[in-house]
Write a protein that binds this ligand. Structure first.
Ligand code: SF4
Length: 327
């Protein structure tokens, strides 16, 4: 039983059948790395930008798609979402993005698309192009990480909260399902990181945004990053596991119960992670957060006006129990 509104629940509601994501490498880069804004990147990002490098090896979308479909052939899903995850997948001229979208449309059994990017790599023309894709699910994954400019400046994000809000407004009244990323425990000064209380303020901030989804996880110290140097110099202390579980448990209760939670843990390869190592045990972390909510007799939105007195519709609870059993 999930005590928060997972993406898999939302996809089941939309498609009424199992749907699986397939990662695709579009060969995109990032203005925060190619010297347009900076060459250093965000403080926590290693220079692979989570890319598998398949595009650079000449592997077309179609070949990548077939490869992953073959890997998933024993999976019961017969329908797939193309997931452009690495770097900033709209950081390209409009014509190139148009050509990329044409290739996505041709993928066999693709029912949706999820495109990760930075807010400053979008404009109205690109948003209209994405909004008009002939899919039933069109998701834009927007990195923001913090709703405080002090933090965005320190982590070398290269855009402000206002820049994000300006672009977000352009997605209002479109079919685009916008997912915004936040990280818990980001540094905003040497030796200082955002507190749990500040992370909960991010949740109040997202509740007021015209978005449909969030992705939450802790800040990881990855190899070959500026943050790894800060960590080695004892200028950055990662979060403890108990603090993460409690803060995410509380954050989910504040969150609007209609907001889809794409993830509450990281998906980085364990080999790249220096600290905190507890974050690499992703399944255990999920179980611990579920248990935190069970022990608190709480669920996503339990402290939100829309979820306080009624269990949200997606909460598939045991029919032998009443709402009063949860409060
Ligand atoms: S915007 Fe994304 S890809 Fe670019 S440096 Fe930051 S985390 Fe890395």
């Amino acid at each position: 039983m999930n005590r928060f509104y997972t993406l898999s629940t939302a996809l089941r509601q939309i498609f009424n059948k199992p749907v699986q994501k397939i990662p695709l490498d579009s060969g995109a880069t990032c203005p925060n790395r190619d010297s347009t804004l900076s060459t250093k990147g965000c403080i926590f990002c290693n220079d692979s930008g989570t890319s598998a490098g398949l595009f650079d090896k000449g592997t077309s979308f179609e070949k990548q798609w077939l490869h992953w479909k073959n890997e998933l052939k024993n999976n019961k899903s017969k329908h797939f979402i193309a997931y452009l995850q690495s770097y900033s997948n709209t950081y390209m001229p409009f014509e190139k993005l148009q050509a990329t979208c044409q290739q996505l449309i041709k993928l066999n059994d693709a029912v949706g698309v999820s495109i990760a990017t930075r807010p400053d790599c979008l404009d109205l023309e690109k948003i209209e192009l994405i909004d008009n894709l002939p899919f039933d699910f069109i998701q834009l994954d927007l990195g923001l990480q913090s709703s405080f400019d002090k933090t965005l400046n320190f982590i070398n994000r290269g855009h402000s909260v206002k820049d994000f809000e300006k672009i977000l407004l352009l997605t209002k009244n479109t079919r685009i399902f916008v997912c915004v990323h936040f990280m818990l425990g980001l540094p905003y000064e040497y030796g200082k990181r955002e507190s749990s209380k500040e992370f909960l303020e991010h949740m109040t901030y997202v509740n007021a945004l015209p978005i449909q989804s969030v992705k939450l996880h802790n800040c990881l110290v990855l190899k070959n990053t500026p943050l790894a140097k800060l960590y080695a110099d004892k200028q950055y202390v990662p979060l403890e596991e108990a603090e993460y579980i409690e803060t995410i448990g509380e954050a989910l209760q504040i969150l609007d119960p209609r907001m889809v939670v794409k993830r509450i843990n990281t998906d980085t390869s364990n080999d790249d992670c220096i600290a905190p190592l507890w974050a690499t045990n992703k399944a255990q972390l999920l179980r611990d957060i579920q248990h935190y909510l069970i022990d608190a007799k709480a669920w996503q939105g339990a402290k939100h006006p829309l979820g306080k007195n009624t269990l949200p519709a997606w909460f598939q609870h045991d029919s032998s129990q009443n709402f009063k059993d949860y409060i």
